[in-house]
Design a protein around this ligand. Structure first.
Ligand code: FAD
Ligand code: FAD
Length: 326
C-alpha cells in the first residue's frame, strides 16, 4: 500500500523482510519480485530520480523506444504496490546495522518533516546516481536540452548522435577522453570545458591530431528550440554549431546513508557486488547504477530480480517448511 505521513505510524512496528532504498528501475524490479515471493517489503523513493529524467528508453527489449522513464516508473510502482509492496515517498537519511536487523531512518515531508525509523532483515540499495550538468545562470536552459538532444549516456544515446556535429562537455581532463570513444558514433566533436579544466599540452596535441576543436571558455547558453539543440554560445561570444552533445562531467552517488555501515566493499563510490547482487555485507544488496558495472536499465532490472531471489532463498531456507495440517 502507499504510505504517507498520516498512516506511516501504523507501519513503523512492522519488521520488513526487505527495505528497498530507491523506487527506480532496479528497486521496482526487486519490489515486484519480493512481493510475488510473499515477502514484506517497503520501497522508499525520494522522487525526481535519474530514470524520471530519461526522456526515452532507447534500448530495452520490447519497449517502444519513445517510452519515457517516468511512464516505466509510474507503471512499475503501481505493479509493485498491487502485488503487495508498501511504498513511501521519503528520503533515506541513514541506515544503522543492528545485527539481526537494519534500522532505516527516513525523512518524510519537505515542510514539517517527520523522521520515522523502519526495520528490516535485508536492505536493497537501489538509489542510483545523478549526472552532473554544467552550471549556468539559467539552469532551465540546460534542462530544456538535457535528456533530449544533450545526452549524458553514450551507451544509451550514442547511436542517436551518429555523424552529427556534437559537443562533448567535460569537467576534468580525464573526462575529455570520452571524445576518443564517442568518435565511434561521430567524428565531428568539439570539446568544451566550461572553464573548469587546465588542459595539458599533451591532451591539446591529441585533440588536434584527431581534428577535434577545444574551447575552454565558459558556456553561456544552449541554443535551439523544442529541445532540439542547434548550437552552444560561449562567454566570449563564440557560437559553436552542434545538433547534439554529450555531457561527461561525472555523477553524484546516492550513497550517503550507507557510509556508516561497516564491512561494505567500495570501488570508488560504487558498491562492489558478488553473485546475485550481494554486497560484502550479508544483509545488504546493491543494484543498478550504484554498484560497479554498466549503468543501464536492463542491468538494474536484472539486478533487482537477482537480489530479491537471493533474499527469498535466505529467508525460505531459515523458515520451517509449511506442512499440510488441517
Ligand atoms: P534509478 O532508476 O536512478 O533509481 C534510483 C532511485 O533512488 C531514484 O528514483 C532516486 O530518486 C532514488 N533515491 C536516491 N537516493 C535516495 C534516498 N536517499 N532515499 C530515497 N530514494 C532515493 N538507460 C538505458 O538502459 N537506456 C536508455 O536509453 C537510457 N537513457 C538515459 C537517458 C538519460 C537522460 C539518463 C539520465 C539516463 C538514461 N539511462 C538509460 C540510464 C538509466 O536511467 C539508469 O541506468 C537506470 O535508471 C538505473 O536504475 P537504478 O535503479 O540503478 O537507478
Ligand atoms: P528464449 O526466450 O527461450 O529464446 C531462445 C530462442 O532460441 C527460442 O526462441 C528458440 O526457438 C530459439 N532456438 C533454440 N535453438 C535454436 C537453434 N538451434 N537455432 C535457432 N533458434 C534456436 N520468465 C519471467 O521472467 N517471467 C515470467 O512470468 C515467465 N513466465 C513463463 C511462462 C512460461 C509458460 C514459460 C515457458 C516461461 C516463462 N518464463 C518467465 C521464462 C522465460 O520465458 C525465459 O526465462 C526467457 O524466455 C529466457 O530467455 P532466453 O533468451 O534465454 O530464451
Amino acid at each position: 500500500m502507499k504510505l504517507n505521513s498520516k498512516n506511516l505510524s501504523d507501519h513503523v512496528d512492522t519488521l520488513y523482510d526487505a527495505i528497498v532504498v530507491g523506487g527506480g528501475m532496479g528497486g521496482l524490479s526487486a519490489a515486484i519480485y519480493l512481493a510475488r515471493y510473499g515477502l514484506k517489503c517497503l520501497i522508499v523513493e525520494k522522487g525526481r530520480g535519474r530514470s524520471v529524467w530519461m526522456q526515452d528508453l532507447r534500448n530495452y527489449v520490447g519497449l517502444d523506444p519513445n517510452t519515457k522513464g517516468s511512464a516505466v516508473i509510474n507503471h512499475g510502482t503501481k505493479q509493485a504496490v498491487d502485488w503487495g509492496a508498501d511504498h513511501l515517498r521519503g528520503f533515506v537519511e541513514e541506515v544503522i546495522d543492528e545485527g539481526e536487523t537494519l534500522a532505516v531512518r527516513v525523512k518524510v515531508g519537505k515542510k514539517d518533516s517527520v523522521y520515522p525509523v523502519f526495520r528490516s532483515k535485508y536492505l536493497i540499495a537501489a538509489s542510483g546516481v545523478i549526472d552532473v550538468l554544467p552550471e549556468l545562470e539559467d539552469m532551465q536552459n540546460v534542462y530544456d536540452y538535457a535528456g533530449y538532444t544533450l545526452h549524458v549516456c553514450m551507451i544509451c544515446d550514442g547511436f542517436d548522435m551518429w555523424d552529427q556535429r556534437a559537443v562533448l562537455i567535460a569537467g576534468t581532463e580525464g573526462q575529455i577522453n570520452a571524445a576518443f570513444v564517442l568518435n565511434w558514433f561521430t567524428p565531428y566533436i568539439t570539446v568544451l570545458t566550461h572553464g573548469l579544466v587546465q588542459v595539458s599540452d599533451e591532451m591539446k596535441q591529441k585533440l588536434a591530431d584527431h581534428g577535434y576543436p577545444l574551447y575552454e571558455n565558459k558556456i553561456v547558453r544552449f541554443l535551439g528550440e523544442n529541445h532540439q539543440l542547434s548550437g552552444v554560445e560561449l562567454d566570449d561570444g563564440t557560437v559553436i554549431d552542434a545538433t547534439t552533445g554529450l555531457v561527461n562531467m561525472g555523477s553524484i552517488y546516492h550513497n550517503r546513508y550507507l557510509k556508516g555501515i561497516q564491512g561494505l566493499e567500495w570501488e570508488g563510490e560504487n558498491l562492489v557486488t558478488h553473485g546475485l547482487a550481494q554486497t560484502s555485507h550479508e544483509r545488504i544488496f546493491a543494484l543498478g547504477d550504484l554498484k560497479q558495472g554498466l549503468n543501464q536499465v536492463s542491468i538494474a532490472v536484472a539486478d533487482g530480480t537477482m537480489a530479491a531471489t537471493q533474499i527469498w532463498r535466505n529467508i525460505r531456507r531459515a523458515s520451517p517448511p509449511r506442512k499440510w495440517e488441517e
